[in-house]
Design a protein around this ligand. Structure first.
Ligand SMILES: [Zn+2]
Length: 185
């Protein structure tokens, strides 16, 4: 009798994947005259480099083989976090740019989490391409009074048609400082 080959590794999850497959939350980007006030649900940001190509953002997965990198399309760092509106009515995934990362990074280092923080975002000069500006302050609600955080990485993977388990590195500690050497906004 042939011995059955055993799986090399088994991935464990905190909850069944079916349960994590909640409806996609829309992505909120602050444009022009808009201002956004929300309360963060995620503990930390996750981010990656993206290219704006074919009318949408495309993830830069591997700079050595990425078709956008190779054709000279600039890449930019974007980060995302799950958030709920101040009224508690609408939830979304909020996109932020490198311009506000120092403030978020400092906040998370000082407070240990982004969850529960009130976040106000606006564009300098109220222009679509104006530098993103943010104000962070302690939110009125405690963590246990807020809805659960969405699975942001999973939703982004789904948006980009990437396999569920494409590794997206979620660093334990904020780890953004080396990026400031790069001239990317
Ligand atoms: Zn690329």
């Amino acid at each position: 009798m042939e011995e059955k080959s055993r799986p090399v590794s088994l991935e464990f999850f905190k909850r069944p994947l079916e349960q994590l497959r909640e409806p996609n939350w829309s992505i909120t980007r602050v444009k022009g005259k808009q201002t956004l006030s929300c309360v963060a649900l995620s503990k930390d940001l996750i981010g990656c480099y993206v290219h704006y190509a074919r009318g949408r953002s495309q993830p830069c997965i591997d700079a050595d083989t990425c078709e956008w990198c190779l054709s000279g399309v600039p890449r930019r760092w974007h980060s995302w976090f799950g958030a709920v509106s101040l009224s508690g009515q609408s939830k979304s995934i909020v996109e932020i740019t490198l311009a506000v990362m120092p403030r978020f990074d400092e906040w998370i280092r000082q407070n240990g989490t982004l969850r529960g923080t009130r976040v106000d975002l606006a564009r300098a000069g109220k222009r679509d391409n104006g530098r993103l500006m943010c104000m962070l302050e302690r939110g009125a609600k405690k963590s246990n009074e807020l809805p659960g955080a969405p699975a942001v990485a999973q939703m982004l993977r789904r948006m980009w048609d990437l396999p569920e388990h494409t590794p997206i590195i979620e660093s334990q500690a904020p780890n953004v400082l080396p990026l400031f050497d790069r001239k990317e906004a």
